[in-house]
Design a protein around this ligand. Structure first.
Ligand code: ASP
Ligand code: MG
Length: 401
């Protein structure tokens, strides 16, 4: 089998941990697999490099930042390769460029355009373990680019796709994806499997484990991801194509987003174009509007509510304050949160949402806004009920069994 391993910053956080990774890679190789390893910078290293640059400039050029930041991953890749060679394993370290990763020109947030796997294939033919520095590529002018924070996951998935690897194992200090945040509900269970679609909706549960952009890419390329811990030996969680059987499972996980705020507008003049005006202004300022609710109007006036990330509330407020003419009353509330239930089984079952609403009602939790998609129901509630709501929903869908 050809397997791509990816080790995150904590997994290679110090020299002892790099040695631990070398032992794991050696074992996988000795089991008879072809292995390509993608590594992150040692934990804290990328932030340290950013701080170094800030010492000299408030606004360093992005090209030079990429040159600088890409070095963190090069250090880990080289050290891991040296450690493997010392153990008698034939290994070779490569920069993103040497691995054939071509990107567009957007420095510090580049997209991978193509991968030319010739170099990697040649070294695999030579029976070598390849260690690729993650998070980086090269643009058509030959300048080093980086892929955005957490971008090593993206490198790993893209390489797994280009090499048609059997799996892309992503190692961190967490042993998989849980049905909800175990800090809130200790009865949360590690999942054996979750579909790409569900994982994308449950982003907050996977945030510490893998970057969401890499899940999108894996879905597009059909790369099977396995999220595992580099500190233990469990099977981890497989993230892959939905299987038919899964429709039996109604709800797979419960996500919580505390970073939400609500804008409520009353006595809004109900004329064509008003929503367009408001939301265009918000979009122009890159404010991410999530849920939107408009009520039926009476006497030519309506009410409108929407949510934005809490960190963007003050910007949203500024924009809304300028609409004096058309909006009678405005209020802003950051004491809210969003709980979501996610599951592919919802596609073929009705009543899933009703179960959630009844469960929250029984706990006297008022639902202030609701939105649904094919595989998700999200509810806005008061922040003080966040944890109770998560535990209540986790138990009503029997996720603790
Ligand atoms: N070192 C980069 C970061 O800290 C990329 C990565 O770790 O995936 O964001
Ligand atoms: Mg990471």
């Amino acid at each position: 089998m050809l397997i791509v391993h990816k080790y995150g910053g904590t997994s290679v956080g110090d020299l002892k941990r790099i040695k631990n990774v070398a032992l794991r890679v050696a074992k996988a190789k000795q089991d008879g697999n072809n292995i390509v390893v993608v590594v992150s910078a040692m934990s804290g290293e990328t932030n340290k490099l950013i701080d170094f640059a800030k010492y000299f400039s408030d606004n360093p050029s992005k090209r030079e930042m990429d040159m600088l930041l890409s070095s963190g991953e090069i250090v880990t890749a080289s050290l891991l390769s040296i450690a493997l060679q010392d153990m008698g394993i034939d290994a070779i370290a490569m920069s993103g460029q040497q691995a054939g990763i071509k990107t567009d020109n957007f420095h510090t947030y580049a997209r991978i355009e193509t991968i030319n796997p010739t170099n990697m294939l040649k070294e695999l033919d030579n029976n070598k373990v390849i260690i690729v520095a993650g998070f980086q590529g090269v643009n058509k002018d030959g300048a080093v680019t980086t892929l955005g924070r957490g971008g090593s996951d993206l490198s790993a998935v893209a390489i797994a796709g280009a090499l048609k690897a059997d799996a892309c194992e992503i190692y961190s200090d967490v042993d998989g994806i849980y049905t909800t945040d175990p800090r809130i509900e200790p009865k949360a269970k590690k999942m054996d499997f979750i579909s790409y679609e569900e994982m994308l909706e449950l982003a907050s549960l996977g945030a510490k484990v893998l970057q969401n952009r890499s899940v999108e890419l894996a879905k597009k390329l059909g790369v099977k991801i396995v999220a595992k811990s580099s500190f233990s030996n469990g099977d981890g969680t497989v993230i892959g194509e939905e299987i038919r059987d899964m429709e039996a499972v109604l709800v797979s996980g419960i996500a919580l987003d505390r970073n939400q705020a609500r804008v409520s507008l009353r006595d809004v003049s109900d004329r064509p174009g008003i929503a367009a005006e408001i939301f265009t202004k918000l979009a122009d300022e890159q404010i991410n509007v999530d849920m939107i609710i408009q009520n039926a109007s009476s006497d030519g006036l309506t009410s409108l509510g929407f949510t934005v990330p809490e960190s963007e509330l003050s910007k949203a407020k500024e924009i809304i304050e300028n609409f004096n003419h058309d909006i009678g009353g405005k209020s802003f509330d950051s004491n809210i949160c969003k709980v979501s239930i996610v599951g592919v089984g919802m596609k073929s079952h009705s009543g899933v949402a009703a179960t959630a609403f009844s469960a929250l009602a029984k706990e006297n939790i008022n639902i202030e806004m609701i939105s649904t998609s094919e595989i998700k129901v999200s509810m806005i509630i008061h922040e003080k009920y966040a944890e109770l709501a998560v535990r209540t929903l986790h138990s009503v869908y029997k996720l603790d069994r």
